[in-house]
Write a protein that binds this ligand. Structure first.
Ligand SMILES: NC(=O)c1ccc[n+]([C@@H]2O[C@H](COP(=O)([O-])OP(=O)(O)OC[C@H]3O[C@@H](n4cnc5c(N)ncnc54)[C@H](O)[C@@H]3O)[C@@H](O)[C@H]2O)c1
Length: 370
């Protein structure tokens, strides 16, 4: 069996590459080596026995070459960022996915299964309960509300804070450029897969963490930012009031989910959350990082917010559990493995970009006026 892993030089893709090799697959990687993720070029962790194609999933000729003789496609390549180049998100994440199906259908390729990387982001601001008005699919908090430093998600009817639910697969509601592009990619994959009889599964990862997560990309978020700042003794800057919640999943658990849905026909045609099912606030996360790094680095909570961020995003994992998967790792394991990996790779690199200043300059991080 030959597998094509798009984005296989990246964090999740490269762990999948290793696993596919261990399982006896021949592995081909198509990766554009995006300079925001790989400023130093091709990563050294890529094994020599893979076939590597340097190119973009948006280039039809290159993708045609990459798809030749492939049994399985693991589509991990994506543009991820917070910056306002909105159209690029759709070009890479939606058009790139459509091209995979276009080629499979046009060239009558005998691909047996496609697994696409989707995201928890497709839920947008998520699913809430209001004590008075019941279930609501939330609209993101307005710029005016955030500028006043009112962080809680309010019921649109009574204006009282609503209570977050675990995110269930049936209620998608994306707003920002990344989220919309990931849902578009997923719908293209599941829709065209269904119509053309190409078994397809979409995995909506929660925040995935572990070794090899890009230390450079702004999007790689809380783990690299907090850990690298804590290791350098710089204060941890916490947006909003730090009570916003997320769920975190270890890379090995994501790889296990991937292998399970590959094997199970019952997964075909569906989207599954891959997360921890457990809410962790940003303050709790910062405290855990401080404990792990073992210094008393300062927390700074300057009442700033990042445009497009959700207040609470924690996925329900029941659907994938029913299929036979369960996360094996905790957040504590995630941080141990990440910190260990940074130490083994020679510490925090000198040229690491300051995501915080870049985002402030681009107007992505804003200050509340109170
Ligand atoms: N890491 C997470 O927390 C997370 C959460 C939800 C969803 N996802 C999704 O998982 C997938 C993998 O994410 P990751 O964390 O490994 O990201 P990553 O940035 O580490 O890897 C993505 C890889 O894709 C490559 N790439 C980017 N644009 C490309 C293009 N046009 N053509 C070919 N290659 C291209 C990059 O060079 C990189 O090697 C993405 O689809 C992402 O949207 C990730």
């Amino acid at each position: 069996m030959r597998v094509l892993v798009t984005g296989g030089a990246g964090f999740i893709g490269s762990h999948l590459v290793d696993r596919f090799l261990r399982e006896g697959f021949r592995v081909r990687v198509l990766d554009s080596l995006d300079s925001k993720v790989h400023p130093n070029g091709c990563p050294t962790y890529l094994p020599s026995q893979i076939e590597f194609i340097h190119g973009s999933v948006t280039d039809k000729a290159v993708l045609r070459e990459a798809l030749k003789g492939v049994d399985v496609v693991s589509h991990q390549a994506a543009y991820q960022d917070y910056m306002p180049d909105f159209s690029r998100f759709l070009h890479v994440n939606a058009v790139g996915t459509a091209l995979i199906y276009e080629l499979i259908v046009q060239d009558r390729l005998p691909v047996k299964k496609v697994i696409v990387a989707s995201s928890q982001a497709v839920y947008g601001e998520g699913q809430y309960d209001c004590f008075e008005h019941g279930f609501l699919l939330a609209t993101p908090r307005s710029q005016q509300q955030l500028a006043r430093g009112q962080w809680d998600l309010l019921c649109p009817h009574c204006k009282h804070p609503a209570c977050p639910r675990l995110l269930e697969e049936e209620h998608t509601n994306p707003y920002n450029q990344y989220a919309v592009s990931k849902l578009a990619g997923e719908k293209i994959a599941l829709g065209l897969g269904w119509i053309h009889g190409i078994p397809t599964v979409s995995l909506r990862y929660s925040i995935t963490q572990g070794p090899r997560q890009s230390l450079f990309n702004h999007y790689s978020g809380i783990c690299r930012i907090f850990v690298s700042r804590a290791l350098s003794g710089d204060p941890l800057v916490i947006y909003e009031n730090g009570c916003q919640t997320r769920d975190f999943v270890h890379i090995e658990d994501v790889v296990n989910a991937h292998m399970l849905v590959l094997e199970k026909d019952a997964a075909n045609g569906q989207a599954f959350n891959v997360g921890s099912g457990r809410a962790t606030s940003v303050i709790e996360y910062a405290q855990l990082v401080r404990d792990k790094v073992g210094n008393d680095v300062e927390f700074r909570i300057p009442a700033e917010y990042r445009t497009g961020d959700n207040r609470h995003s924690v996925s329900s994992i029941v659907k994938l559990q029913v299929l036979g998967w369960a996360p094996k790792h905790t957040l504590s394991d995630i941080l141990d493995d990440f910190i260990d990996w940074i130490a083994k790779s020679g510490g925090v690199p000198e040229q690491i970009q300051d995501a915080y200043s870049d985002m402030k300059q681009a107007g992505v991080v804003l200050a509340a006026s109170k």
